[in-house]
Design a protein around this ligand. Structure first.
Ligand SMILES: *Cc1c(COP(=O)(O)O)cnc(C)c1O
Length: 396
């Protein structure tokens, strides 16, 4: 099928909820993807921080093929081995506080589970979220998602439990938190909000305030977790441990899986019947998750992300010095961004990069986001920088 007919079919039969780039991707290997017209791209999007091991990584592809032949799904009415094995593997890499896990199928579901657990454990009804946040598109997670245009049309359905406080503002938290606050939810590094890194004392200050009010601290590591920022989880950069943590995106390297982890005594507030998911934690998804954790460990990908991320950021800073259209370089590890002066130049940069064979993504209007597979090397970074250098010359 040709490009035009696929675009036509999409228009006719698929909900028009995405602003898509006009290419049809059909295969991928490592950090490269190909479209149906045979064009090859360096992929700095990686399914939005998802295909962290690169596309079609044999460790994942082979284990899920094998598992698919054996058993795909049984429901949580029974035990299954991959689920307990993945939980044990995660306990080995998550912050020490996080000991027990609930499995689901997406990021938003993991955050929903976190909210339910927090409210049940604390016996309280309010949740504080930060401006610039993104926690998902389901109704409760929309309540904690900052962007007004996402929330406004559906406000009739959004629970009134949520309050927003400016990002990186401890006084703001203090002015809103009280003994009805079940939890504060924060991305240790904000993703969709434009790759916002908090100042040095923010997360530890947040931890202290939560402790003072016996409020639970939820870290949403769906985007920043799984090695992306140079540590297994971004909160480790500041040595702050949450009570509840959410994961998804890179956990299955593209196979759908979400997970909510918590301190044992917090997770034990859930009793049978309090929460459930038909597909959650099925053998196939958990096999993918386990292969990801093992491969990341074996290939030391968090360390690699730290090293190559440092080089990448240095190169982005050089670009920023050279081009007036760049306002700021942000991020850690391989969760990096260039903020440009306006939305127009950001849009144009995404298009031009694609025409030059590099996929990048734009978020928060004027921010170019780089969340490539963690296996990238200097030569890939150099190729992107060279392309951006040419593009920014023209767009600025
Ligand atoms: C992507 C994302 C989500 C939502 O995940 P979905 O799988 O799309 O539901 C939630 N929180 C953060 C920080 C994310 O980046």
């Amino acid at each position: 099928m040709r490009l035009e007919s696929i675009l036509d079919l999409d228009k006719k039969y698929v909900a028009q909820t995405y602003e898509r780039q006009p290419i049809v991707l059909s295969e991928g290997s490592g950090i490269k993807v190909k479209d149906i017209e045979g064009n090859e791209y360096l992929d700095f999007v990686a399914g939005i921080a998802t295909c962290a091991l690169g596309h079609s990584h044999p460790a994942v592809t082979e284990t899920i093929s094998k598992q698919a032949k054996k058993l795909v799904h049984v429901s949580n009415l029974f035990y299954n081995r991959p689920q307990v094995e993945l939980a044990k593997a995660l306990a080995g890499v998550t912050p020490d506080s996080i000991k027990k896990f609930f499995f689901c199928n997406s990021g938003a579901e993991a955050v929903e589970a976190a909210f339910k657990l927090a409210v049940k454990h604390a016996g309280r009804s309010h949740i504080i979220a930060l401006e610039g946040s993104f926690h998902g598109r389901t109704l409760a997670t929309l309540g904690a998602t900052w962007k007004k245009s996402y929330r406004e049309p559906f406000k009739a359905l959004i629970p009134p439990a949520f309050k927003f406080v400016p990002f990186d503002d401890l006084d703001g938290i203090k002015s809103v938190i009280n003994d009805r606050t079940a939890a504060v939810i924060a991305e240790p590094i904000q993703g969709e909000g434009g790759i916002n890194v908090p100042s040095e004392n923010f997360l530890s200050g947040l931890r202290d305030i939560c402790d003072d009010f016996k409020t639970l601290l939820i870290f949403d590591e769906i985007q920043s977790g799984m090695g992306r920022t140079g540590k297994w989880f971004a909160s480790e950069h500041w040595n702050v441990e949450p009570d509840i943590m959410t994961m998804a995106k890179a956990l299955g390297n593209g196979f759908p899986i979400g997970c909510m982890g918590a301190k044992s005594e917090v997770m034990d507030s859930f009793s049978p019947g309090d929460h459930a998911s038909t597909f959650g934690g099925n053998p196939l998804a958990c096999t993918a998750g386990k292969a990801v954790v093992e491969t990341m460990k074996k290939e030391r990908l968090p360390q690699h992300a730290e090293e190559i991320g440092r080089y990448f950021k240095k190169k982005l800073k050089e670009l920023a010095k050279k081009h007036k259209s760049v306002q700021e370089v942000r991020g850690r590890g391989l969760m990096l961004a260039l903020e440009l002066v306006d939305e127009k130049s950001a849009r144009l940069s995404v298009t031009k990069a694609r025409e030059e064979g590099i996929l990048i993504n734009r978020t928060a209007k004027n921010v170019l986001r780089f969340v490539p597979p963690l296996i990238i090397e200097q030569k890939h970074v150099n190729q992107l920088i060279k392309t951006l250098d040419q593009i920014l010359k023209v767009t600025s």
